[in-house]
Design a protein around this ligand. Sequence first.
Ligand code: UD1
Ligand code: UDP
Length: 373
Amino acid sequence: MRPAIIFGTRPEIIKLSPVIRAFLNKGIQPMLIHTGQHYDYEMSQVFLEELELPEIDYHLEVGSGTQAEQTGFAMIKIEKVLINEKPDVSIVQGDTNTVLAGALASVKLLIPVAHVEAGLRSHDRTMPEEINRILADHASEVLFAPTLEAKENLEREGIRRNVYVVGNTIVDAVLQNSEIAEKKSKILSELNLSPKEYILVTAHRKENVDNRDRLTKLVDILTSLPLTTVYPVHPRAEKKLKEFGLWKRLEKAEHIILTKPLGYLDFLKLEKNAKIIMTDSGGIQEEAIILGIPCLTLRYNTERPETVKAGGNILVGVEEELALMYVRKLLEDEKFYQKMASARNPFGDGKAGERIVNILLALWEEGKLKVPS
Ligand code: UD1
Ligand code: UDP
């Protein structure tokens, strides 16, 4: 079997690394197509290096743009590669513009699409990610749902073909890199941090950072936090914080440490040792519950409701009073803290990558890995 793996952003590299490894363990060299949606060293190359991934076969250098520009350029460039290479399956992961472009370009060439992390729904169609997930799922032939809830979302939309609940590959990535991070990363001493004495924050979502009022409210929360706060800033957020004149407020706050986006090993180490995680990231909501760190999500909805149901994650939006109330409760009420920290991880056992590859190979051997005519 000749699989093509199409990706372009930080979370896709991290979450597809276990799938790539599982293919390599079977002696199969997947074709790696990087759209270049993320291109800064610290948003892309650092992960390829740290996760020891093989050479990329095609760098498409799509870069940034409007939603349509980015998706359209990616589709045009992916199509050219697929026409030449004719892979047996295209594998995409998640909900970025790269995923939509990869899925659409492939299915229209009658190349079956396998979607890793299928079936997530925030039920908020104002998010570009929600549109991407829905369309990618409907274009896909094989759907790897991380949880039963995700499978049920697909069923509700009438998608019943080749749906497998396999867990989320983020568990594989965390387990595969946790000890390495523990040994190699020096980030705590570099930032002068003590374990369990800081809050780790990330925020980069379009709906939070592109809107001046929302971003101001977010900065209000961060500047009021009662503990040392580390915020590795995504380039989109940095641009908007500067544009709206909010960057200086963060810089001036003595308890806030701003950093560039960090490599995976440093970031994992920061997550593991954080007292609390506050984020609007999808992957970080997952990692928090896997690592047993209470998570306050800076959003009003989530496509990871399993984390909330399990008790490890609370949606606080950008509501200052609510967010600070939960931060204080976590810092002062040990029983409440332990309850959140001991929430059960709903994303599986860390063997999702292996399962995905085994299922794809079995479908291939049975001649079932094709787009029905
Ligand atoms: C994208 C995904 C989002 C995901 C995030 C992961 C979509 C619609 N969104 O959002 O779901 O959570 O990736 O991090 O696909 N930029 C740089 N350097 C880079 C990359 C981006 O400076 O290497 C800046 C550019 O100004 C760019 C902006 O960040 O315009 C946004 O980048 P883009 O890839 O469009 O979306 P993300 O916000 O990264
Ligand atoms: N991450 C990282 N360095 C950072 C911030 C995040 O390595 O400075 C990792 C994090 O551990 C997680 C992934 O990037 O695995 C999440 O990516 P992001 O928040 O950009 O995207 P999302 O998951 O929201 O799509």
